[in-house]
Design a protein around this ligand. Structure first.
Ligand SMILES: Nc1ncnc2c1ncn2[C@@H]1O[C@H](COP(=O)(O)OP(=O)(O)OP(=O)(O)O)[C@@H](O)[C@H]1O
Ligand SMILES: [Mg+2]
Length: 1147
């Protein structure tokens, strides 16, 4: 509660103002100063209402980590300093809580940070959703689409090192819980001309360099790129080590998205083929008929054409004729003519551009098929679209592409104007709210100039392309001048107003865009708009057997030679216009969120703020108009119904439900909150809140009220829960007390009863005593004394006889019963004996009967079988048992992993020798399968590991730790080092690592690169790569190691074959000594056919060309040696001290 009630605001510790709406006084200069001040304090985000203006910092700021994401989670826009996460959170919550589809439009010029912003939005949204395995997979697939599309669609331009050369719109779909369930990417207008040509200082698409730097030698061989020196489409020097890293990221991304291995191979094959196609040259030859002909120049000397045909699975004849000839069909007749060398080159470039462009679209579709929504709930999906599209472009010379890009920006500005400015004003009028009209520039008029169906530039372009007769770029310009010449935003040299304007060339027209004037040179407009590839090329591609390129489902379905093309393919302008219309329709259906990116300088520096450049962007993005409308208007509006639903808990009259008119309900709520009535206005159907902070206050009240409601609910529930518990306890208590009371009363009753009996007995005894006393007194009378004596004697006699009688009876009875008992036992024993006998008889009868039955059956069967039937049956039984054994063994076979030691037991003794043989056979079979499944690269790796095991296993204690390490070979990526290329002389690097050479005079460690090439071992200086020492492979006589866990290695050398001075052995220290020795042993064996001697001892001789013979002794590892090994030299020996904790490359 304390957290939510704390009054936080973006106004706290604000640099300049966080929301430009708060600027005082409002002017363009003030706006720029504010942006600059914030930029210099690394505050790159500034609001205009809920629009974020983002200034590219050109440096990594610590404001995007997980902690920051948590900080902005669920917070109101004005609660924390402006951030892209705040807008992302607003959009995400609006989608999740109110179910409104969102779109985030990121605009700005090239290099202003649109793509980075889009990635930040995706990162935030991904962090918001749950972390179940399924959601995590989808999130990863969505995020990993970025590296793939950036590799194929981004390139270095003079304005941005990672410029997106295509437009991208990505719909991310969410389920009702707000978890992403899939997505859909739409791409717009890839700058395909870059494939064949790019400006000075720029690069081609990243993927070309990534393949050349990052692909393994095997892959390069497969792509037939390993021995190619130069490519005419790219400069290899432009590549950098980052490309190799990025390539691995791209391969990883392919894997995560779900591309199969063969799909990736096919894609890379097409990219490599495009590179190689670019190297084809044409030479003019004169044909007999006097026509200009051409042929491929390097066909004989270079296998380029054959390579390309193999890579694209095209017949060589099909490719060469498609490149050098053109077939025209008219009225079912076709004529083939040959092309000049220039035309053929143009043809080749067209093919390359088209293959790459279509491959890119294929990639987008393939990613879409992986990320598309598959769950049943797709109807309930909510969508968040992220639009990252090229910004407004003005170059020295602007062509067809710039025209399209700027048209797209006009449309986006149109949406912005539509939604933010026009709708804002219209809504106030509609709602009957007093409103000061703000003038703004509506760029609809420019959109009309470009896209109007009858007189727009695009329709003129299409008309000209479809017109029969002589159509050129010049005729197009004439047509444009005639139709659009009078438009106030169209300028051309024909117009009298611009006759003397030398800045406007004769072959160009100029449009006054909302962002400024741009001059377009009409060169190639017709060609680029036609967008048609010569039929020969599309047919050659169609006939390819390459899985992506050829066939009806391939990249060139229109090339099918069996179908005749009646309809022309839609022009580029038509296609682009249609995709723009679809995009605009899509965006208009969603709730817009804006990120307006600004580029602070042209030099990509973090501290430079070029006011003129920013002023230009502020103007064409219409930011000042945006601020003005925000200031004059109301920051927030909401339908009365929605407002009641959200804030009904703030008044007792509206809580829990309000049945009156919604407007009255909202009035009740606002009255209760006691917010200043100046701060809001009642519209017809909506409440308008002037200041964002009022809304924030309302949210604060709501959070507090929700807290109270939660407390009430908790209170009530706890009360009920405890009442229930009390009822149960009360019932239990009643039962217990009832039982206890009953028990106590029973006890009391029993006591009373026994007391009563005692009293009764006592009273009766007393009474009888009384009577007896009377009786005795009577007896004592004379008359009765005699008879009484007789009586008593009679009694005693009779008592005696009675006792005798009873004892007689008792003894007679017991004798009798004893006898009965014994006779009973006897008869029971008899019965038991008889029963046992009977049972024995039964068993023996059944045995005899079985024997008898067996005997009679055997006799019966003997009639049917031959004399050797017994043997047959026995054999059959044996086979049957073997069959059972084999099937059981088959069903219980262990896994096909060679290291699986499991093997079932055998219960048949006669097969006990077969069982292990079968196990060995099976093991050999699965080993053979495993071996066959190994790639050649893996085989090499394993054979190296095997060799290392032969050399070191059980001998050197460093060996076990080397088992898990991969034998990388080039640990310092020396082969991609530019200097090495110069000094290496083309030698192939087998091993390279940082290490030390131990100085033979003083035992000091001198750091160097230890490099092994295919013919020598080299020690190079680390920075300059200067060669310090070279030992030819033929001169290596052996290597020696200590048995301990250290990287020390002695390289024994023979006197060199050439007459150079013999420098003796080398003492080296290298972290990957096992790998180096293994690779060296293999190399020596290969080149000299002799095994390399490998000594592993504690003490051995070294030849260091000293005065006296020297030995080298390794001391036991000791805790006294810290850091790494030490070498001390005395007169006759080197003593190596080793630390306890093993290898360390440092001296
Ligand atoms: N928020 C940021 N933090 C740090 N660096 C950034 C940020 N935004 C952009 N950059 C830097 O600016 C460079 C250009 O940004 P980005 O590629 O996003 O521009 P863009 O607007 O997409 O340009 P284009 O239209 O050419 O594609 C990035 O490579 C990055 O170095
Ligand atoms: Mg970009």
């Amino acid at each position: 509660r304390n957290k939510t009630m704390a009054v936080r605001s973006m106004l706290d510790e604000m640099v300049g103002v966080g929301d430009a709406v708060l600027l005082e006084p409002l002017s363009e200069d003030n706006f720029l100063d504010n942006l600059q001040k914030r930029f210099q304090h690394d505050e790159i985000y500034t609001y205009i209402g809920n629009v974020v203006v983002s200034t590219n910092p050109y440096k990594t700021l610590p404001i995007y980590d997980a902690e920051m994401i948590e900080k902005y989670r669920g917070r109101n826009l004005y609660e924390l300093p402006p951030h892209i996460y705040a807008v992302s959170d607003l959009a995400y919550r609006s989608m999740k809580n109110y179910g409104r589809d969102q779109c985030i439009m990121i605009t700005g010029e090239s290099g202003s940070g649109k793509t980075e912003a889009s990635k930040l939005v995706m990162k935030y949204v991904a962090a918001m959703s749950s972390r179940s395995t399924e959601v995590e997979t989808i999130k990863q697939q969505l995020l990993q689409s970025n590296p793939v599309l950036e590799a194929f669609g981004n390139a270095r331009t003079n304005r941005n090192d990672n410029s997106s050369r295509f437009g991208k719109y990505m719909d991310i779909e969410f389920d009702f819980k707000g978890d992403p369930v899939g997505g859909l990417i739409t791409n717009y207008l890839l700058e395909k001309s870059r494939v064949v040509r790019h400006g000075e200082g720029e690069r081609n698409f990243h993927i070309f360099y990534q393949i050349l730097c990052g692909a393994s030698p095997t892959m390069l061989k497969k792509l037939k790129l390993e021995n190619v020196e130069n490519f005419s489409y790219i400069k290899q020097l432009d590549a950098n080590p980052e490309d190799a890293k990025s390539f691995n990221e791209v391969l990883n991304a392919f894997d995560i998205i779900g591309f199969s291995r063969s799909e990736v191979d096919n894609v890379l094959m097409l990219v490599a083929a495009v590179l190689k196609l670019g190297n084809i040259r044409f030479k003019a030859i004169s044909a007999k008929n006097g026509m200009d002909n051409c042929t491929i120049t390097n066909m004989e000397e270079h296998p380029e054409v054959a390579d390309i045909c193999e890579m694209l699975s095209i017949k060589p004849h099909n490719l060469t004729s498609a490149l050098t000839e053109r077939t025209m069909t008219a009225r079912k007749e076709s004529v083939t003519c040959t092309l000049s060398a220039n035309e053929a080159s143009y043809n080749r470039d067209a093919l390359c551009k088209e293959i790459y462009d279509r491959l890119f679209t294929w990639l987008v579709n393939r990613i879409n098929s992986s990320i598309k929504v598959t769950t049943q709930t797709n109807k309930k999906c909510k969508v968040m679209g992220v639009l990252d599209i090229y910004g407004f472009e003005v170059f020295e010379q602007n062509g067809f592409e710039q025209f399209m890009i700027n048209y797209c920006n006009e449309k986006l500005q149109q949406i912005f104007v539509e939604l933010t400015l026009r709708e804002e004003q219209e809504e106030y009028v509609k709602e009957g709210i007093e409103w000061l009209h703000i003038d703004y520039f509506n760029n609809a008029i420019i959109c009309q100039l470009i896209e109007s169906p009858r007189s727009g530039i695009l329709s003129m372009l299409d008309e000209e392309c479809l017109r029969p007769g002589d159509v050129t770029d010049a005729t197009l310009l004439t047509k444009l001048e005639t139709v659009c010449g009078k438009h106030e935003h169209f300028e051309s040299r024909r117009d009298t107003r611009f006759l003397g304007d030398k800045t406007l060339p004769h072959n160009a027209f100029r449009i006054q865009h909302y962002a400024g004037k741009v001059t377009y040179v009409v060169e190639n407009f017709i060609d680029k708009n036609n967008n048609s590839l010569f039929r020969n090329l599309s047919t050659a591609a169609f006939l390819s057997l390459h899985p992506l390129l050829g066939g009806a489902k391939g990249l060139f379905p229109e090339g099918d030679p069996l179908t005749t093309m009646l309809k022309r393919p839609p022009t580029s302008a038509t296609q682009f216009k249609a995709s723009m219309t679809a995009l605009m329709k899509n965006l208009l259906m969603k709730n817009p969120n804006y990120i307006r990116c600004i580029k602070p300088n042209e030099v990509k520096r973090s501290s430079v703020f070029s006011s003129d450049l920013v002023r230009h962007q502020v103007r064409y993005l219409g930011l000042m108009e945006n601020v003005r409308v925000r200031r004059a208007g109301y920051a927030f509006r909401q339908k009365y119904e929605d407002c009641i639903t959200r804030y009904k808990m703030l008044s007792t009259k509206t809580w829990p439900s309000w049945h009156g008119p919604p407007k009255e309900g909202v009035k009740q709520i606002l009255l209760k909150t006691k917010i200043d009535p100046e701060q809001y206005e009642y519209g017809k159907s909506k409440i308008f809140i002037r200041n964002p902070r009022t809304l924030f206050k309302l949210e604060e009240y709501r959070n507090a009220a929700l807290h109270d409601i939660a407390t009430t609910i908790q209170k009530t529930w706890r009360g009920y829960h405890h009442w229930k518990l009390f009822q149960i306890m009360r019932q239990a208590q009643i039962v217990i007390s009832k039982t206890v009371k009953r028990h106590q009363n029973q006890q009391r009753y029993l006591k009373l009863k026994s007391a009563t009996i005692v009293m009764q007995c006592f009273i009766r005894g007393w009474k009888s005593t009384f009577r007896l006393r009377n009786f005795y007194s009577g007896i004592r009378s004379t008359q009765s004394t005699f008879s009484l004596r007789n009586f008593y004697s009679g009694i005693s006699q009779s008592t005696f006889s009675l006792r005798n009688f009873y004892s007689g009876i008792r003894s007679t009875q017991s004798t009798f019963s004893l006898r009965n008992f014994y006779s009973g036992i006897r008869s029971a024993r008899c019965l038991l004996r008889a029963y046992k006998l009977h049972k024995l008889q039964c068993i023996s009868v059944s045995i005899i009967a079985a024997h008898w039955k067996g005997y009679t059956t055997r006799r019966e069967y003997r009639k049917f079988f031959r004399a050797n039937a017994g043997k047959v049956i026995a054999k059959f039984m044996e086979k049957y048992v073997v069959y059972l054994y084999l099937t059981k063994t088959r069903d219980s076979l262990p896994s096909s992993s060679p290291i699986d030691k499991k093997w079932s037991s055998c219960k048949y003794q006669f097969l006990s020798s077969t069982h292990p043989i079968l196990r060995d056979l099976f093991h050999k079979w699965r080993c053979m399968k495993y071996r066959k499944g190994l790639t050649p690269q893996r085989k090499t790796e394993l054979s190296e590991k095997l060799h290392a095991s032969n050399l070191f296993k059980g001998k050197k204690s460093l060996y076990p730790s080397s088992l898990v390490q991969k034998f990388v070979g080039d640990h310092v990526t020396l082969s991609s080092n530019q200097k090495w290329r110069k000094v290496g002389g083309g030698a192939i690097i087998i091993f390279a690592d940082e290490g030390f050479k131990i100085h033979r005079n003083n035992g000091k460690f001198v750091s160097c690169y230890i490099v092994m090439t295919d013919n020598a071992v080299l020690l190079l200086e680390e920075k300059s790569l200067k060669q310090k020492c070279r030992v030819a492979v033929h001169d290596i006589s052996g290597v020696s190691f200590s048995p301990y866990q250290d990287g020390m290695m002695i390289l024994h050398c023979k006197p060199p074959a050439e007459s150079k001075k013999h420098k003796g052995d080398l003492i080296l220290n290298v972290a990957h000594s096992i790998e180096l020795a293994t690779k060296m042993s293999l190399l020596v064996e290969k080149s000299t056919n002799q095994k390399l001697s490998c000594i592993i001892e504690q003490n051995f001789m070294v030849d260091l060309k000293c005065k006296s013979p020297m030995s080298l002794q390794f001391n036991e590892p000791s805790a006294r040696v810290v850091g790494g090994p030490t070498v001390k030299k005395n007169k006759h020996m080197f003593i190596v001290g080793l630390p306890v904790n093993g290898v360390s490359p440092s001296g």
